[in-house]
Design a protein around this ligand. Structure first.
Ligand SMILES: Cc1ncc(COP(=O)(O)O)c(C=O)c1O
Length: 393
């Protein structure tokens, strides 16, 4: 399905499907390491790139191709490469195009492992970095240097759900001759299209909403064909953080239901946020779909809807937050998100425990802060569950 005129829901079901000679309805699983060639000449042509078929599943396979094509179509990208995990996608998108002496600017509010890549990995290879308050455009501007090659951000941020102005930051990157890479995990491709907003590269942990049913890990990098050809294709092919065909197949099937899941989860999250906003035991509530979100104007400008995630701070610090987590019966304690099952996280002791206390507090990750990922359960069961747990906080 190459016609771009179909709506996202339709493309999520059909795009990129490759049918075998049996004309199966559901996409087939090509659980194979490699492929055979009828002749040595055909093999040579395949390796020379004169014949576009598959070679070896470290870098090409019908299932990874179907996953990449479906995502390309949804995201409006020219090209994509899938990876074993979201972190493989983030690390590759950041590291692969850089060389010793280059400089990266990144927002401070990042998933813990992304901060590790920027702060600890890059300097080992002679790549400099500057961390900025992603909401402050002046800081992005002032951090730019002649050797700045990439800007990196996530929006909404994990876990405090700040919404960064993607088009303004893309303008700063481009004026300085750099590229903007956006981790779009929290928004999902349904609610935000970073490439259309001016970003150059978008990355996903497909482990989250794209699978959405807690089954497998995966990641993907989407961008222009030039960026993939010049920086990503060979790096992945030679270093091998490849997704398994089985996981790529699972993610293709996940995409079929992505819209219906994310729409329902967003409605549920919005309803929960409205209830929590009035709750006497909560000192702070952050939900990108509400008028009282600190960047409500940016949300309106660049997102099509709020989020499947809610952030809230329980009065009484860590002890109160732990009591809430321990009392919940429907929502379960996890560091994961975007799942059919509602999941709650205490970021200060899990996803962001690596950061020193001051760095966590600077990001608003207090001891009482909880991240709630709305699942597919009935919203009233989730609200009753939260109200009962908060009563014990
Ligand atoms: C914003 C964000 N980026 C990247 C990742 C990494 O994804 P994965 O766990 O698939 O490696 C995660 C979660 O783990 C995340 O929340």
């Amino acid at each position: 399905m190459s016609e771009k005129s179909y709506r996202p829901e339709t493309r999520l079901v059909h795009s990129g499907a490759l049918r075998s000679q049996y004309n199966e309805t559901s996409e087939a699983l090509f659980l194979t390491q490699g492929f055979i060639y009828e002749t040595a000449e055909a093999c040579e042509a395949r390796f020379k790139g004169e014949d576009p078929g598959f070679i070896y599943s470290r870098f090409s396979n019908p299932n990874t191709s179907m996953f990449e094509s479906r995502m390309i179509d949804l995201e409006g990208a020219e090209a994509a490469r899938s990876t074993a995990t979201g972190m493989a996608a983030v690390t590759t998108a950041i590291l692969a195009p850089l060389r010793m002496g280059d400089h990266v600017v990144a927002a401070k509010a990042l998933f813990g492992s992304c901060r590790y890549v920027i702060e600890e990995l890059l300097p080992r290879y002679g790549i400099e970095f500057t961390l900025v308050d992603g909401l402050d455009l002046d800081q992005w501007q002032k951090a730019m240097r002649p050797n700045t090659k990439s800007l990196f951000l996530e929006s909404p941020t994990n876990p405090t759900l700040d919404v960064l102005d993607i088009s303004a930051i893309a303008d700063i990157a481009h004026a300085g001759g750099a590229r903007l890479i956006v981790d779009n995990v929290f928004a999902t491709p349904l609610w935000q299209s970073p490439l259309a907003l001016g970003a150059d590269v978008v990355v996903y942990s497909a482990t989250k909403h794209i699978d959405g049913q807690g089954r497998c890990l995966g990641g993907i990098i989407l961008s222009s064909k030039d960026f993939i050809d010049e920086h990503i294709h060979n790096y992945l092919r030679q270093t091998g953080p490849s997704i398994s065909p089985f996981n790529a197949w699972t993610l293709v099937k996940g995409l079929e239901t992505l819209a219906i899941r994310v729409e329902r989860q967003t409605q549920t999250a919005a309803a929960i946020a409205d209830v929590l906003a009035q709750h006497p035991k909560i000192s702070r509530l952050i939900y990108p779909g509400r008028e009282d979100h600190p960047q409500a104007a940016t949300v309106k400008k660049q997102m099509r809807a709020g989020s499947t995630l809610i952030g809230f701070e329980v009065k009484g610090g860590k002890a109160a937050a732990f009591r809430v987590l321990n009392e919940l019966k429907v929502a379960r304690i996890s560091n994961n998100l975007g799942d059919a099952k509602s999941l709650v996280t205490h970021p200060a002791t899990t996803t962001h425990q690596r950061l020193p206390l001051e760095a966590r507090l600077e990001l608003g990750i207090t001891e009482g802060f909880i991240r709630f990922s709305a699942g597919l359960e009935h919203r009233d069961d989730l609200i009753e569950d939260l109200e009962a747990a908060l009563a014990k906080a």
